[in-house]
Design a protein around this ligand. Structure first.
Ligand SMILES: CC(=O)SCCNC(=O)CCNC(=O)[C@H](O)C(C)(C)COP(=O)(O)OP(=O)(O)OC[C@H]1O[C@@H](n2cnc3c(N)ncnc32)[C@H](O)[C@@H]1OP(=O)(O)O
Ligand SMILES: O=CC(=O)O
Ligand SMILES: [Mg+2]
Length: 732
């Protein structure tokens, strides 16, 4: 940290606050939410004093357990990719890694918005530091099906349907056919198809559809829930299936609508039911500068006044939060639907410390734990929404939703629970206002999930299988056990489906239905929407009432799966099944046959190296926390800190077990750095890593992530990333 930032800090008891952070809280936040400065900082100081030692102790436990596991594997080497599992399991119990389960219980979380309790649908994740994207995500509650289809590979480029500069009517026709087929499937007509429809009217509260000289109605008339315009001159028809709304939009003057027999211009789908505004793995915020940018956007979102102007297609536009949507009910009453997704915020986990605030607990100044800071500041900014004082409300039940990532154990959940309670006390809001989403993304969390949920049973609003971090932790935990299978094979290993099933089973056992979501992970290939449509239906089919998507388009398309699958029914049918087998979860994904060809090993290395470098260089040099990075096959992959954790731990593992050599890794890293430089050649802000590798902080950080990967806590990438970015900013 620079001397200057020491000198200017504002002292509040044992806290020394960076002026950027202090000014933001004092001048922008506290007056907005009407909280008194002295009492807020006094409360802050008290919580930091009380909880910092506990935070440290939890991290020490992580390290102790890992050291014991590392040693156990050295003492019990695997043979042909197998260890002695009964002995291993007993060892995990003995060291307190695998805990006994207590009595049955059900969660009791109250005042939860129906987006969590009742509506199964997509959950969109977005880096909150990027206001343009954060607003877009918030407004992605409603998405155009026509746009989502036209712009993606769900509609093939064959048969003259290719995407051209100007509108391609053949492609447009394929889009319309897809959309009308969707309507036929889920809003089936008594006779015929939407293809035959030439007009709509609402008569005596019922939808009447003209098909040439005859008329028809909906097979299930209750699916009509509203309309826009006059009953005999409709501009919108609101339908509902599986709790999700769909609006058929009609406009005879629209370029698309005018050519449609029923003047349909679009089909709007209720898409991103909830959004996670992310402060964590998709964000680079290493100091007060970054954290204030993150917090300021959340403040704006919570108060309904975030706006961002930007240039797109040669025009400047300003993006704001959308208003709610108004409809007339079939009976002539008024229906208002949320125009925005329900927003959750992902705080950071328990690991990192941040220079925004320094703390002196008697042993000199140290950085505040970032998770403590997030838990005390993000609810402060949500206060007006919690109290129902904003025009564009987020929670209609007076709750705030915090996703807590990377927790390892019931004790760590208990700590977060106590932290949230402390934050509630500072803000003088009712106990359990702050709800908790628990990421099930560390191995020790998975195997102790039931006890972990118990610790937050009055707050929990989701458990979610973050399989990307979970894969990273799978590797780091058992690093010494032997070489792992190739990255691409990881999903086929016994542990992963068992973990996914276990999460649903435990969620149902602990009564999450009606209180909390059982969520599933990210679709990490943002451009491969056709494949997403084929594969991601597995999430609702597995009993998940939400699953993550990387973009608004992904949300619109994935919402179709929740029309196809009634998740409430699936969950009810799964309640009686036998729980997934914990022995499967504990099965380490070791390669049985390590005789990879030189080519196979090289491809694995190149793929991982390219992902690491492509992501890290933008993170360190430009502060971009989530990127679409092409892999060796030129497929754009969503890369964030969790995918980086996997790639770096994988190479570290192969290095450790002699599958690849240090020289080989360095050669590949240098070669791939050139590839990444070429991929970024059109970015004016980009600084090439080659050929002066020794001058590139980003290149050095990428190498450190591999060569120092074994010693990183839990294999996390954030300590090295933060260090590198602060070095680049000159603020170490
Ligand atoms: C393991 C985990 O923790 S997963 C959770 C963390 N990951 C995430 O949050 C992923 C979020 N997604 C993203 O950040 C982005 O989609 C990326 C980085 C993957 C790709 O971004 P880009 O290369 O800029 O995407 P692309 O050029 O295809 O699209 C940009 C457009 O889509 C929008 N967009 C893309 N992703 C999102 C998003 N997640 N939310 C809202 N809008 C988005 C942008 O606003 C932009 O539209 P605009 O010009 O109207 O503003
Ligand atoms: O946070 C999500 C993950 O997969 O990791
Ligand atoms: Mg994660």
């Amino acid at each position: 940290m620079s001397q200057a930032s020491h000198a200017n800090r504002i002292q509040k008891g044992i806290l020394a606050i960076d002026p950027l952070m202090y000014d933001f809280i004092e001048n922008e936040v506290l007056p907005t939410v009407g909280v008194d400065s002295e009492s807020y900082w006094a409360g802050f100081e008290k919580v930091v004093k009380e909880l910092t030692p506990r935070n440290k102790a939890l991290l020490a436990t992580r390290a102790e357990l890992q050291a014991k596991i590392d040693q156990w594997h050295l003492d019990h080497p695997a043979k042909n990719g197998e260890i002695d599992y009964p002995v291993y399991k007993q060892f995990l119990k003995d060291i307190g890694y695998l805990l006994a389960e207590g009595d049955e219980f059900s969660v009791t979380t109250e005042n939860v918005d129906k987006e969590i309790t009742d509506i199964a649908g997509p959950q969109l994740v977005v880096p909150v530091k990027n206001a343009r994207y954060a607003l877009n995500a918030t407004n992605a509650r409603w998405g155009s099906l026509y746009d989502a289809l036209y712009g993606t590979d769900v509609i093939s480029e064959d048969n003259g349907q290719e995407t051209t500069r100007a509108y391609n009517p053949k492609r447009g026709a394929a889009v319309v056919a897809y959309a009308k087929n969707f309507l036929d499937e889920h809003f089936t007509l008594a006779t015929g198809s939407y293809n035959d429809v030439t007009g709509f009217a609402v008569i005596d509260g019922k939808l009447v559809l003209t098909q040439g000289s005859s008329t028809t109605t909906l097979q299930d008339p209750s699916k009509l829930v509203g309309y826009v315009g006059e009953a005999n001159s409709l501009t919108g028809i609101l339908l509902k299936n599986n709790n999700l709304h769909v609006e058929i939009q009609i406009d005879a003057n629209n370029p698309i609508g005018k050519d449609d027999p029923a003047f349909i211009k679009d089909v709007l789908l209720e898409s991103a039911i909830s959004v996670i505004q992310d402060c964590e793995d998709s964000v680079a915020a290493v100091d007060a500068d970054g954290k204030v940018a993150v917090y300021r956007n959340w403040l704006g979102l919570m108060n309904g006044n975030l706006a961002e102007s930007f240039e797109k297609d040669g025009k400047v536009q300003t993006r704001k939060q959308n208003p709610d949507r108004e409809y007339t009910t079939p009976e002539g009453g008024q229906l208002i639907l949320p125009g925005r997704a329900l927003l959750l915020i992902r705080n950071v986990g328990h690991l990192m410390q941040n220079p925004s605030i320094l703390v002196d607990l008697g042993d000199g100044q140290e950085e505040v734990f970032e998770g403590i800071m997030d838990a005390l500041i993000t609810p402060l900014m949500s206060l007006n929404d919690i109290k129902g004082k904003t025009k564009l409300s987020n929670s209609r039940t007076g709750s705030m939703y915090i996703v807590k990532p990377k927790m390892h154990s019931p004790d760590e959940v208990k700590f977060a629970n106590d932290l949230f309670a402390a934050s509630e006390d500072i803000l003088d809001i009712p106990r359990y206002t702050l709800k908790m989403g628990i990421m099930d993304e560390e191995r020790r969390m998975t195997v102790n999930l039931k006890e972990a949920i118990r610790q937050a049973k009055e707050r929990v609003i989701f458990i979610n299988t973050g399989f990307l971090d979970r894969t990273g932790d799978e590797m780091h935990t058992s690093m010494n056990a032997g070489p792992f299978v190739r990255k691409i094979k990881m999903k086929e290993q016994v542990w992963l489906p068992a973990y996914e099933q276990w999460n649903v089973d435990i969620g149902l056992e602990t009564g999450l239905q009606g209180h909390a979501q059982i969520g599933k992970g990210m679709w990490a290939r943002p451009d491969d929407m056709k494949e997403m449509m084929e594969q991601k239906i597995a999430h609702p089919q597995a009993g998940a009432n939400t699953a993550w998507v990387p973009s608004p388009t992904g949300a619109t398309l994935h919402s179709i799966h929740y029309h196809m699958v009634n998740v409430a029914e699936v969950q009810s049918s799964l309640k009686s099944r036998k729980r997934a087998n914990i022995d499967d979860i504990l099965t380490i994904p070791l390669a049985k046959d390590t005789a990879w060809t030189i080519e196979e090993a090289q491809t694995e290395l190149e793929n991982n190296a390219q992902g690491i470098l492509g992501y890290v260089v933008r993170w360190v040099d430009q502060g971009i926390g989530c990127s679409k990075v092409p892999d060796v096959h030129d497929v754009g992959l969503m890369e964030d800190r969790a995918t980086l954790r996997i790639s770096s731990q994988h190479i570290a593992n192969w290095l450790l077990h002699g599958i690849v050599t240090e020289e080989q890794v360095m050669e590949v890293m240098k070669r791939m750095a050139k590839v990444v430089d070429e991929q970024n050649a059109n970015d004016p802000c980009y600084k090439p890593m080659a050929p002066n590798f020794e001058h590139s902080i980003a290149f050095k950080a990428s190498c450190d992530l591999i060569f120092k990967g074994r010693e990183q806590p839990s294999g996390y990438t954030e300590p090295l990333l933060h260090h590198a970015r602060r070095a680049l900013k000159g603020s170490l």
